[in-house]
Design a protein around this ligand. Structure first.
Ligand SMILES: CC(=O)N[C@H]1[C@@H](OP(=O)(O)OP(=O)(O)OC[C@H]2O[C@@H](n3ccc(=O)[nH]c3=O)[C@H](O)[C@@H]2O)O[C@H](CO)[C@@H](O)[C@@H]1O[C@H](C)C(=O)N[C@@H](C)C(=O)N[C@H](CCC(=O)O)C(=O)O
Ligand SMILES: Nc1ncnc2c1ncn2[C@@H]1O[C@H](COP(=O)(O)OP(=O)(O)OP(=O)(O)O)[C@@H](O)[C@H]1O
Ligand SMILES: N[C@H](CCC[C@H](N)C(=O)O)C(=O)O
Ligand SMILES: [Mg+2]
Length: 473
């Protein structure tokens, strides 16, 4: 069997699968190497379910099966991208794709870029943590970057609906697993790199190497891009690929630069400069971290040929749901829900709130189970540095014991002013609301837009927004 024949089958409507359990008679099954098990172990299962073609890695010994053709390829993950283009109609008329990567700020930046391009009259799609959307359609997200088949399937729908630009978040897991195979990136954006996901990548160097795939030689390399040169890892990328546009607030090397001219509870005025041109941008978003997010959205606009004036509409951009989002309430309490779930994000969001002049900061937070355990005490330290009251609780304990997760956070809270411990997140939020005094701000961190709590393998409905409203009513 050769590749062209398989492509022909797929164009004709044959099913393409990477999970043996999903195979129906006549399908093409691609055995991916996997992160836990080798997909080649499921070839027999796929064949038993009726797979007619098996695509597998070179060196995999596949026993002969009557009526089943095999195709050995160097990289099944890369070949999957080629096959997916044929299966889902993503071969031609692909939108211009902008991929946003980095530890924190991907969702916010992607939403800002989506807003910018849409306001400039482009039919723009979005794929990310909160939802996937394009004009007239919105579907809830299951992952930050879906698997290769789901991605092509959704982008195929966008192609049919005439989408001409697509902004997508590209997680480090996705880059490592080559989920974006077959999807050439026009622009890559690098926000920053700080500790997260070491359970998966092992150490910061390997985590960086996964993110760097979007920019350096290899199949995922973007045609052009921008990097935050205030970030140590961003500087390393810029040194490796000098054509990337460097942006930042501090670095003299930044080609696109911004200063915060005015900052207050109502927003910021940013002074931007690029290529000898200077201009101002007003925003309702608060926090220095959001100055970076806005700056990279402007930088993307410039790389795509927009003028600074065409980027002015960003002053009306609302930001992303569940990112430093106020919970309106009749009591006039200053309550913010945010998605900070890394040490750096907690640091940045706490500083943003402290700068708004509140009397005290109360922070409710926890750490996810079955995720990087080494970030737990560091998240505790970030909260302890800024919160007057730290309320430590649960945030998707998954298959871990919630109390043992909190035990691992607590050493980081050793220097905290006041710590309250309450495993039940609903009760923790109620406790924090009771402890609020006039002039205080309450930060409820970690879940943002999420409307669930994962306990064990069960996903139960849970929304920080709803719980606050219930407690206040
Ligand atoms: C660790 C991880 O990322 N795993 C993802 C990965 O699974 P995998 O392919 O490695 O799975 P595997 O179990 O080793 O199986 C290997 C192969 O055998 C196949 N198989 C397996 C069993 C079977 O019976 N038959 C069969 O054919 C599988 O379909 C797979 O192709 O590929 C799967 C399909 O794409 C994903 O669903 C799965 O995400 C898991 C559920 C997950 O939780 N991922 C998280 C950590 C993640 O990716 N998060 C990032 C966000 C991170 C951020 O904050 O930046 C995201 O992009 O969402
Ligand atoms: N540029 C930034 N630098 C540092 N922290 C940021 C930045 N932007 C946002 N944050 C913080 O990180 C949190 C997550 O932001 P956002 O959802 O935009 O990032 P993300 O990279 O998409 O995260 P995830 O990988 O979990 O989807 C925010 O709620 C905020 O606390
Ligand atoms: N994309 C992130 C989301 C974390 C959100 C937080 N609520 C948690 O569950 O830790 C992850 O999968 O690590
Ligand atoms: Mg995200």
């Amino acid at each position: 069997m050769n590749l062209e024949t398989v492509l022909e089958m797929l164009r004709g409507g044959t099913g393409l699968r990477t999970h043996s359990g999903a195979v129906t008679p006549g399908d093409v099954f691609v055995a991916l190497s996997g992160t836990r098990v080798d997909g080649a172990r499921f070839i027999d299962d796929a064949v038993a379910r009726g797979a007619r073609v098996v695509v597998h890695g070179e060196g995999v010994d596949v026993p002969r099966h009557e009526g089943v053709s095999c195709l050995a390829v160097q990289s099944p993950a890369q070949t999957l991208g080629v096959l997916a283009r044929a299966a889902f109609g993503t071969q031609s008329n692909l939108p211009r794709i902008i991929g946003v990567t980095g530890t924190n700020g991907k969702t916010t930046t992607a939403h800002l870029i989506h807003f910018l391009l849409s306001r400039n009259g482009m039919a723009t799609g979005l794929v990310g943590t909160v939802h996937c959307s394009w004009p007239g359609v919105q579907v809830p997200a299951t992952m930050t970057t879906p698997d290769c088949l789901s991605l092509h399937e959704i982008i195929g729908r966008m192609v049919r609906d005439g989408v001409d630009n697509l902004v997508m978040e590209v997680s480090s897991h996705a880059l490592d697993q080559e989920r974006i195979a077959g999807l050439p990136m026009e622009v890559g954006v690098f926000s920053n790199l700080t500790q997260d996901h070491l359970d998966y990548h092992g150490d910061m160097q390997r985590y960086f190497e996964a993110k760097a795939r979007l920019f350096l030689d290899g199949p995922a390399r973007c045609a052009k891009g921008l990097v935050n040169v205030d970030d140590e890892y961003g500087q390393r990328l810029k040194a490796m690929r000098p054509d990337l546009l460097g942006f930042g607030l501090d670095s003299e090397d930044a080609e696109l630069r911004c200063r915060i001219l005015v900052a207050g509870p109502g927003g910021m005025t940013l002074g931007l400069s690029h290529d000898g041109h200077t201009w101002e941008l007003r925003t309702g978003l608060v926090g220095r971290h959001n100055a970076y997010n806005l700056l990279s959205a402007v930088g993307t606009g410039l790389l795509l040929g927009l003028t600074p004036a065409q980027c002015d509409c960003l002053s009306q951009a609302p930001g992303a749901p569940g990112r430093l989002e106020r919970v309106p309430n009749e009591r006039g309490l200053d309550i913010f829900i945010d998605y900070a779930h890394t040490p750096d994000a907690l640091e940045k969001v706490s500083v943003a709130l402290k700068s708004m002049g509140f009397k005290r900061l109360l922070t409710v937070f926890g750490c996810g189970g079955d995720r990087d355990a080494s970030k737990r005490p560091l998240m505790g330290e970030a909260v302890a540095r800024h919160a007057d009251v730290a309320v430590v609780t649960s945030d998707n304990p998954r298959t871990e014991d919630p109390d043992s997760i909190i035990d691992q956070i607590e050493p980081g809270l050793a220097n905290a002013r006041l710590v309250l411990r309450e495993t039940d997140r609903r009760k923790a939020i109620a406790l924090a609301l009771e402890a609020m005094e006039p002039g205080d701000a309450l930060l409820i961190a970690g879940k943002g837009h999420e409307d669930y709590q994962i306990i064990g393998t069960q996903k139960r409905h849970f929304s920080d927004f709803e719980v606050v409203r219930e407690c206040l009513s």
